[in-house]
Design a binder for this molecule. Structure first.
Ligand code: ZN
Length: 288
């Protein structure tokens, strides 16, 4: 969303009768210009830009005899957008009636050797997006030098290179301006993430397969255990059937060991071991 400063922001003079509006069906795109000051003195502050715009308007109207400042919109290095003729009015900047009929005209407030700032590029992209809303088939973005019938250096090498890179294309992301090292870093990051994901999928599969294999192994073990037990029982029964009949009866009974009870007297049934054997009185009478 671009906020366009009005003509009053640069104290514009009213225009004279001009060329009228662009016809959408004629419009091929937008042409990029610079003022061509022939100086390296930058024009950055709002006041400096406003003053420069007013000076160019005076020059175009008073010296060249045009109806108004020649361009439609200006964009400065701080990212401000300025209404000049406005997007609907044909420009007088592109070179002749034909190219003024087929192209809009955007002025980048750049001086000799100056690179367009990120703010200038972002605002210019937004301005061009607005331009395309008015002129849907006008998608070209061209340097003035590419359309002017006579040679021109406009809009200067840095802006020409920026156009060639697509820096002013709506939707252009500054991510595309990565250095080769940053590009490689991003590539490495994506590869690492991809590998990590593949490993994760592999581990998930292996875990699931391991669970299935474990369950299957347990099933087999249970089956084998049950089968062994049944076989063993059958084998034991077969052996038992061939054994002598009294084998079980003759087997010595297992006896629990006797634990002495301290609360009762021991029963001494073997009198021979009794130190005080009872006297047999009847036998004693007979002996008298
Ligand atoms: Zn130009």
């Amino acid at each position: 969303m671009v906020e366009y400063l009005p003509r009053s922001a640069w104290n514009a003079r009213p225009p004279n009768a001009g060329p009228g509006n662009l016809t959408a069906s004629h419009v091929d795109g937008a042409v990029i210009h610079w003022p061509g000051t022939g100086s390296t003195k930058v024009i950055h502050t709002r006041t400096a830009v406003a003053s420069a715009l007013r000076g160019w308007q005076d020059y175009h109207m008073d010296t060249r005899g045009w109806s108004d400042i020649a361009y439609q919109i200006a964009v400065d290095q701080e990212g401000r957008a300025w209404t000049l003729r406005g997007m609907r009015t044909k420009s007088g900047a592109n070179g002749d009636a034909d190219v003024n009929d087929r192209y809009g005209a955007i002025l980048l407030v750049l001086v000799t050797g100056e690179q367009p700032s990120a703010a200038m590029k972002a605002t210019t992209r937004a301005v061009i997006a607005d331009f395309r809303k008015l002129y849907p088939r006008g998608t070209a973005i061209r340097p003035h030098s590419a359309v002017r019938p006579e040679p021109t250096d406009c809009p200067g090498d840095p802006a020409r290179a920026a156009i060639a890179r697509g820096d002013f294309n709506p939707g252009h992301s500054e991510d595309d301006d990565m250095t080769p090292a940053q590009m490689q870093e991003l590539k490495n990051f994506i590869e690492a993430r991809t590998q990590a994901y593949a490993l994760w999928v592999h581990k998930q599969l292996r875990r699931d397969l391991t669970a299935v294999a474990k369950a299957y192994a347990l099933d087999i073990k249970n089956y084998e255990r049950q089968t062994d037990a049944a076989d063993a029982a059958r084998a034991a029964a077969a052996v038992w059937a061939t054994a002598p009949k009294n084998l079980a009866a003759d087997a010595p009974a297992q006896q629990e060991p006797q634990v002495p009870d301290p609360n009762t007297d021991p029963k001494l049934e073997d009198h021979a071991l009794d130190p005080f054997p009872p006297v047999e009185e009847a036998k004693a009478e007979e002996a008298k």
